[in-house]
Design a protein. Structure first.
Length: 144
């Protein structure tokens, strides 16, 4: 993020449910918010508190398609495609090796304008179609 000037504050709250146990992580950080070709890009650096310290995250939001692509680079590399009503297979770097995960998107809702806004997306993760977690991510973008 140092090469790009931060122009917003990004708040990310992730909720993960595994075998009935809920875990919530929240991050508030500076980021970069831009639009390109009808899509929104939200870029920010993770912290150790999220378990992804040393990673840069980009959320590519396509409101027309109902899709969010989550890209992580840095200490680990992964790409998750969350598309409402569809299942995608994605490669996920655990830091110890790669996994191929099924990502089943159940909800993508974006209320984004050039002044910022909110993004919410819900998805489940599976390995060999066996459910491993239900996830919800809530993102707020506020201009600086």
């Amino acid at each position: 993020m140092k090469a790009e000037q931060e122009n917003c504050t990004v708040t990310v709250r992730g909720v993960q449910v595994v075998e009935g146990e809920e875990d919530t992580v929240e991050l508030v950080t500076g980021g970069r918010f831009t639009s390109h070709g009808g899509r929104w890009l939200i870029r920010y650096e993770e912290s150790d508190a999220t378990g992804y310290g040393g990673c840069h995250t980009t959320l590519r939001v396509d409101p027309q398609k109902g899709e969010v692509v989550l890209l992580r680079t840095g200490a680990v590399h992964s790409q998750l495609i969350v598309e409402e009503g569809r299942r995608h297979q994605c490669t996920y770097d655990t830091g110890y090796g790669n996994l191929v995960l099924g990502v089943n998107g159940s909800r993508v809702h974006a209320q984004l304008t050039p002044e910022g806004g909110q993004l919410e997306f819900h998805y489940s993760l599976d390995v060999n179609t066996a459910l491993i977690s239900e996830n919800a991510v809530y993102v707020t973008v506020l201009p600086r």
